[in-house]
Write a protein that binds this ligand. Sequence first.
Ligand SMILES: Nc1ncnc2c1ncn2[C@@H]1O[C@H](COP(=O)(O)OP(=O)(O)O)[C@@H](O)[C@H]1O
Ligand SMILES: [Mg+2]
Length: 281
Amino acid sequence: MPALSSLAATPAALAGAASPHIVVSGVDKRFAVPGGEIVALKDIDLTINRGEFVCLLGPSGCGKSTLLNAIAGFSPPSRGAITVEGRAVRDPGPDRGMVFQEYALFPWMTVADNIAFGLEIKGMSRAQIEPKVAELLAMLKLAEFRDRFPKDLSGGMRQRVAIARVLALDSPVMLMDEPFGALDALTRRSLQDELLRIWAATGKTIVFVTHSIEESIYLADRIVVLTYRPGTIKQDIRVELPRPRDSSSSAFNTLKRDLGALVTAEQHRFEEVEVKGLTTD
Ligand SMILES: Nc1ncnc2c1ncn2[C@@H]1O[C@H](COP(=O)(O)OP(=O)(O)O)[C@@H](O)[C@H]1O
Ligand SMILES: [Mg+2]
């Protein structure tokens, strides 16, 4: 029965097969420093599928930002290649939005103008921009703050504006470098929930850097644990816990303990090199 067997052969396609969105192949990144070089990334091979939420996890100095910046096109690899949507990454592009830990907002612009900025650069008309900004203000619960300036907002609110600015550009890929790292625990959880809601609604591919084990388990489909110098992939773990995730569940805490052991080993190496001043490069 050929019809049946061919159907049986394509269930993944029918269910929306995993399709590669970001492909990192054989990537190294070296930085020249006085007296030698630092190997920040070594032999990184990583395929991130469309719509996946991937966390890059590891202690300080293991190359998380370096890898994210290479995907963003800010800083090219020393070796290897990165493609997004099948195209080689050479520069930053509108297909990849970046959210940093520091709120990269224009202090002289209101919340609404900060969000509208990228749309104006794109050449959209006022009539097109207004409804888009209104939609984003509503989505990030910022409507009543639209005429405020960044200095008059809390850290959490400023980060909501930063996320809205990136969402305004409609990039299919969202790159986030410890975006909630400076926030208190409650604000952080509420922004994590907000981000998960937006991710579910938009189907974006998200690469999220964090050194928080708990944050990575709460958010990610996959957690990529990096080693400390050189930065390599230590483990690539699929998180199967149902969403919304309960951080007090025993499955959550088992994973937290296992990841803790992996990350702590790298943290010790970081401390040996950077705190005690030994060098391994
Ligand atoms: N521009 C640079 N010049 C020299 N060394 C750098 C530079 N950027 C990063 N590094 C080094 O590369 C390693 C990885 O850095 P980074 O990607 O910032 O780590 P992470 O984001 O995981 O904390 C660190 O040892 C860091 O000191
Ligand atoms: Mg970093």
